[in-house]
Design a protein around this ligand. Structure first.
Ligand code: FAD
Length: 460
């Protein structure tokens, strides 16, 4: 039986105006509906409004504001700090709004505000088209694009936000606003990295690129080889063509057939080379890394949508991540990075990651609020584990990783790669000048800071 009120608030008006579903504590689907990727986040919203239309979103905002509820907006639910969930408030859950309409002639996709990467990648795949996505298939397009958006294809096609052509947004006062190069350009600028601060995005129009095939090479070594591998990888990436993506990743060696029997479950050093093109070209280009000699390899040509599923982790692990963006990766930085891999929690899905940037990321527009784009390297401790007894250990490792590479840090940080790390880090995520400019946009579109469960920019 559906409940007609919750905490003294009548749900009748909301339900009458709503196409989607309104879920409250006690409903059989409630616990599933409030679960997010990070299992450490356990909050109980009063109402979860599972929207199906922009009108639903506007009704949900109105209901939340009239009842004085804290409002969270949920896309894919991947935020490490659980920003898609509120304790006792209202969740505007966009997951039912995941339709993707591809226009192959114009090479664009119009993507629902609650779609995840899988929806986008599988919709563009039949046309041999793709655009920069996150590095797994389950991340929400919403939080990802609005934060900037980095992935396997970014050196070739730029950040996801560089491919953003238009956004449809429901603002705090329930209006539907379009932002593009021509309409509301200042808001459009703010949506290139400013996150969910300005309203609820109900659709994104993204530029697509021809990409019939990609190649992935996963090479694995025993950890002792790490420093030499890292130096070779660094030198290779410093002049690699834009088609090459990937990263250097310390991880728990997987129990796969191509991995020697004594390695699974133990620490290993891996290089993932992704290539926006076919196998032979990749082999020619990546010779310096492929030719090093390794303990295990898996090389395959596949569709981009398949590559996106290669590293999918199931939800339900505890999460802690952070990041530093580096001006360079000289030998002392390599040594510090590799030495700290010894503290990675093994076995676990945690990863001790170095991502290359450069290419089209570095060449992208100067003015967007993503000051980390010019850094050639990103160090990303990505902790995923099961046992609460390991919480402190993983946090300490992530902090130590940051401290080790801080001498080479630009100080800027990609906010989608961190949780709540304080106001200074939020300012560093945008840059001080951009932060001030974003605060002015915020004052225009959300003067009451209704949308504050994010890397928050207070209205100026
Ligand atoms: P949510 O938790 O739903 O939302 C995150 C924030 O965005 C919240 O503040 C929310 O309110 C806001 N938001 C979401 N959708 C909308 C919308 N439609 N309108 C307005 N506000 C919205 N990032 C990368 O750049 N590259 C990667 O390769 C990458 N890999 C990842 C891999 C994993 C396994 C995980 C868990 C995360 C990864 N991320 C990556 C980080 C990811 O980009 C961020 O966590 C991002 O915020 C997730 O967006 P979401 O919609 O899934 O999250």
């Amino acid at each position: 039986m559906v409940s007609h009120s919750v905490g003294g608030m009548s749900l009748t008006g909301l339900r009458a105006a709503f196409t989607g579903e309104v879920v409250t504590p006690g409903d059989p689907s409630y616990d599933g509906a409030r679960a997010v990727f990070n299992a450490m986040i356990d909050r109980r919203p009063a109402v979860i409004a599972q929207c199906e239309t922009g009108h639903d979103v506007a009704e949900a905002i109105r209901f939340g504001r009239e009842n004085g509820l804290e409002i969270a907006v949920r896309g894919g639910g991947h935020s490490v700090a659980g920003m898609a969930l509120t304790e006792g408030g209202l969740v505007i859950d966009l997951r039912r709004m995941h339709t993707v309409a591809v226009d192959p002639g114009r090479r664009t996709a119009r993507v629902g505000g609650g779609a995840v990467m899988r929806h986008l990648d599988r919709a563009t795949e039949p046309y041999g088209l793709a655009t920069t996505g996150g590095r797994v298939s389950t991340t929400g397009v919403g939080g990802f694009v609005l934060g900037g958006g980095a992935g396997w294809l970014d050196r070739r096609f730029g950040l996801a936000s560089d491919n953003l052509l238009a956004v449809e947004l429901v603002t705090a006062d329930g209006r539907t606003v379009r932002a593009s190069g021509e309409e509301n350009p200042e808001l459009f600028w703010a949506l290139h990295g400013g996150g969910g601060n300005f309203g609820v995005a109900t659709s994104f129009t993204l530029r697509l690129h021809p990409l019939p095939v990609v190649t992935a090479a996963l090479l694995i070594w025993r950890p002792e080889a790490g420093p030499e591998v890292a130096r070779t990888y660094r030198d290779f990436m410093e002049s690699a063509p834009d088609e090459v993506g990937g990263g250097l990743i310390y991880l728990t060696a997987p129990p796969e057939e191509f991995v020697p029997r004594d390695m699974p479950g133990k620490l290993a050093c891996a290089v993932l080379v992704t290539y926006a093109g076919g196998m032979q070209e990749m082999r020619d280009v990546a010779e310096p890394v492929l030719g090093m000699g390794h303990d295990a390899e898996m090389i395959a040509e596949m569709s981009y949508a398949d590559l996106q599923c290669m590293l999918d982790d199931p939800p339900g692990y505890r999460n802690y991540w952070s990041a530093e963006y580096l001006t360079s990766f000289p030998n002392p930085a390599v040594d510090a990075f590799c030495a700290r891999a010894a503290d990675l929690l093994v076995p676990s899905p945690s990863q001790h990651v170095l991502f290359p940037q450069g290419g089209a990321v570095a060449r992208g527009p100067e003015g967007h609020p993503v000051p980390w784009r010019r850094a050639p390297w990103a160090v990303h401790p990505f902790g995923l584990w099961e046992d609460p007894a390991d919480d402190e250990r993983v946090r300490r490792w992530a902090h130590d990783v940051r401290a080790d590479v801080r001498p080479w840090s630009t100080g800027a940080v990609y906010l989608n790669f961190i949780g709540r790390e304080g106001e200074d880090r939020v300012v560093a995520g945008f840059g001080p000048d951009n932060h001030r400019r974003l605060a002015a946009v915020k004052a225009e579109y959300d003067p009451g800071n209704v949308f504050r469960l994010n890397h928050n920019i207070r209205p100026r």
